[in-house]
Design a binder for this molecule. Structure first.
Ligand code: HEM
Length: 470
């Protein structure tokens, strides 16, 4: 990489405009702008208005910030904007508090725990997919958004709770209604100066209302779950003696949050649990539904992929869990979807102290942007990068790539806690859809990427036809 600036400083990207800086280019070109400044250096400075922001352009810089020097970085502006609305949960919190919360939540994401959720995930997917009729046009993006939110909510709140599966499904649907608006508002508030971001023309009121509604839903859900938990504990204490006291858990995430730990014997407060719930909903619903929407888009364009996935899923022995080992092609296919259609195109960090990265001195408080998407489309590591080809992963595995070149779930202390959960959910859903149906694009509809907090298809209507009988 070439740099013409003084040692220790990052070059400034071309096209800076007085007062606005590079905002117009970022707002209009978005990913294209980040791609266009990659050749300028490992780290390049852009200006959002007058605010300098350092863009990490090389896998080495990404790897250093996310992993080897991760302790020197916090989460940055994007998460400052989100915090007043979604609270101080795992995605927004910092340092010791973040570590403590992450440790509490971790057991919910162990492989064995996730294996225990596959039945619920499959039931939710099957319920939806079995209701489709041959030849029906399914609004796939909307259906997936609802399905993945309900799936996440169902694993956060056990359906064995007294309020049951119907309440979980209803909550999931109501959350799904608000999430997209909240995520869009956080994105707008990050890239645009406050006076512009809060303009009614950009839907600021809708954003505030959606954030308040989401918070209210989470508050109520936590309160009800706490009351139910306490009632059950009281009942058990009465009927079974003191040895059962304090352990009325359902094994779901809320029970894990409520349970005491050696460092925090009383467990999380209602506010902490509410914030974690919001964090997990923000991080875990739209990411999976968007990735799956792109997966279905690719399937629709390439019928031979559908056939390979179906053949593999049909051969899965009864009782075997959908996983990389049992569905290798389907997993490779999803890995390629996460490469080419990585939903998180812009994430941020902030230097908590002065730090040198790839020869560039970053002052304390420096805001950083990294984009997994631009890493994933680098021709140096992915020949013909815009070609969708799951089999590229046969020739070159993740281990053959430079660290930082493939980071769909990030790296280091802030790596996605739900990576395995997400892959399992996506395999389950693909299996349910493709085992029964061949989804095809609808003539006349052009799928275009819409870039906000995530990159998602504008709309994805698909016609589903059954497989011919053997
Ligand atoms: C395809 C789906 C998913 C993708 C692509 C994805 C991607 C990511 C990425 C890139 C990060 C790091 C963000 C950063 O660097 O600032 C992250 C963090 C996180 N993800 Fe995911 N994610 C997915 C699904 C999920 C799911 C299903 C859950 C939970 C059920 C989840 C929970 C989280 C949490 C809690 C964090 C914050 C971790 C921390 O800061 O300690 N994600 N995810």
């Amino acid at each position: 990489m070439r740099s013409t600036t003084a040692p220790g400083t990052a070059p400034v990207a071309p096209g800076r405009i007085p007062l606005l800086g590079h905002l117009p280019r970022l707002a209009v070109q978005r990913v294209g702008f980040l791609q266009s400044i990659r050749a300028q250096g490992d780290i390049v400075r852009i200006f959002l208005g007058n605010r300098p922001v350092y863009v990490l352009n090389s896998p080495e810089a990404v790897h250093e910030v996310l992993l080897t020097q991760s302790r020197k970085f916090g989460k940055g502006l994007l998460f400052d904007v989100a915090r007043p609305f979604i609270g101080n949960g795992i995605i927004t919190s910092e340092r010791d508090f973040h570590l403590r919360q992450r440790r509490v939540l971790q057991p919910a994401f162990h492989r064995d725990t996730i294996a225990g959720c596959v039945g619920t995930m499959t039931d939710i997917a099957e319920e939806q997919v079995s209701a489709w009729r041959p030849g029906e046009v399914v609004p796939m993006d909307l259906v997936l958004r609802r399905m993945m939110t309900v799936m996440l909510v169902a694993t956060l709140f056990s359906t064995e709770r007294p309020d049951g599966a119907a309440a979980v499904a209803e909550l999931g649907e109501r959350v799904a209604e608000q999430l997209t608006t909240v995520m869009r508002g956080v994105f707008v508030g990050t890239v645009l100066p406050a006076p512009i971001a809060s303009s009614p023309l950009l839907g600021h009121r809708r954003y505030l209302a959606a954030a308040a509604a989401l918070r209210e839903l989470a508050d109520t859900a936590v309160r009800q779950a706490r009351q139910a938990e306490q009632a059950e504990q009281a009942e058990q204490a009465g009927s079974e003696g003191p040895e059962r006291r304090g352990g009325a858990g359902h094994g779901d995430l809320l029970s894990i949050m409520f349970a005491g730990t050696p460092g925090n014997p009383r467990g999380m407060s209602d506010v902490e649990a509410r914030d974690e719930l919001l964090s997990l909903l923000m991080a875990g619903a739209e990411t999976t539904s968007t990735t799956l929407a792109w997966a279905l888009h690719e399937i629709g364009r390439r019928p031979e992929l559908t056939e390979r996935i179906k053949a593999e899923c049909d051969a899965l022995p009864v009782g075997a869990l959908p996983a990389a080992a049992t569905l290798p092609f389907t997993e490779r296919f999803l890995r390629e979807v996460l490469r080419l259609h990585q939903p998180s195109w812009l994430l941020m960090r902030r230097a908590l102290e002065p730090v040198r990265v790839r020869g560039v001195d970053l002052p304390r408080g420096a805001e950083l942007i990294y984009s997994a998407l631009t890493m994933h489309r680098d021709p140096a590591h992915y020949p013909d990068p815009l070609r969708f080809d799951p089999d590229r992963w046969l020739d070159r595995t993740e281990k053959d790539l430079p660290p930082g070149a493939y980071v769909p779930f990030a790296l280091g202390n802030r790596k996605c806690i739900g990576d395995h959960f997400a892959m399992t959910e996506m395999l389950v859903v693909l299996r349910s859809i493709v085992s029964r149906w061949r989804p095809r694009p609808v003539a006349g509809h052009r799928v275009r990427p819409v870039v906000h907090a995530l990159i998602r298809p504008n709309a994805l209507p698909m016609r589903v036809s059954p497989w011919p009988a053997d």
